[in-house]
Design a protein around this ligand. Structure first.
Ligand SMILES: [Zn+2]
Length: 262
């Protein structure tokens, strides 16, 4: 599932391939991809306009059509954005196709249709309406501490809660907890632990973006390359534990991510 680094790669891809070209039409091939908008409205909003810029907030993408008109996209589980030159075949699970006057196209391909495409007046309004929290890379430490201090629940689901911090998913939340030496089942973390966790998730996200979200290029000291059954902690060699927490499979090191620091 695409998390913040993967969505940032998609934003850069859009920036490089899909801006400043007049749109001939927007064809909805599967209406299940639409959120709060009809196929006719989608087509009307895009036709004759251009995308001026591509923005990201958490796992959401926004393409500007004009000051008060934006296309919003969420890649869901399997969504992909693919720019096609004329003559190139559309991918098999294209749900939305933006056709440019030049003959090139932008395909939103999504096998499982957990993705979304919609229209909004502004990213700020959309974020407010959906109650989405601050972007994980834009958030400041004080804001993070404020939203986390005094929470009673487990830390892992809190990190995945997009209303508290937007952009982290299962993999990068596990990595951040691993780097900070915090057990995913821990609760009521100290200010010191939360501060470590904040630094960890920012560092992890930036590192992943720096390697273009290629997980196999992450440092070997990271959890992600070892995050599979039988995997061992790259720091101390312990067999990694696997646990369902809040419905998501978590990996962590039982040695250095203990519930209580000794
Ligand atoms: Zn360890």
């Amino acid at each position: 599932m695409p998390e913040l680094p993967e969505v940032e790669m998609a934003r850069r891809y859009l920036q490089a391939t899909s801006l400043h070209q007049t749109i001939l039409s927007a064809r909805v091939l599967d209406e299940r991809i639409l959120s709060g908008v009809t196929a006719a409205r989608m087509d009307r909003a895009l036709t004759g306009r251009q995308f001026d810029c591509a923005m990201r907030h958490g796992k959401r993408l926004f393409l500007k059509l004009q000051d008060d008109l934006w296309l919003t996209l969420h890649l869901g589980l399997t969504g992909m954005l693919i720019h096609l030159e004329s003559g190139q075949d559309e991918p098999n699970h294209t749900r939305l196709l933006v056709i440019y006057e030049s003959g090139s196209r932008l395909a939103f391909d999504d096998l499982r249709i957990f993705g979304e495409a919609g229209i909004t007046k502004s990213p700020q309004l959309f974020i407010k309406e959906r109650n989405i929290g601050p972007d994980a890379l834009q958030q400041d430490l004080n804001g993070f501490l404020e939203s986390m201090i005094g929470r009673k629940g487990l830390i892992k689901p809190a990190l995945l809660n997009q209303r508290l911090v937007a952009g982290l998913g299962n993999l990068y939340a596990d990595e951040a907890l691993f780097q900070a030496g915090i057990c995913p089942m821990a609760r009521s973390l100290s200010v010191e632990q939360l501060t470590d966790l904040f630094s960890s998730f920012q560092e992890v996200l930036k590192t992943s973006i720096a390697v273009h979200a290629h997980l196999d290029e992450l440092p070997r000291s990271y959890l992600l390359p070892h995050r599979h059954p039988g995997g061992r902690c790259p720091l101390d060699g312990a067999l990694l534990s696997r646990e369902k927490i809040g419905g998501r499979t978590s990996y962590y090191c039982p040695m250095h991510q203990k519930m209580k620091k000794s």
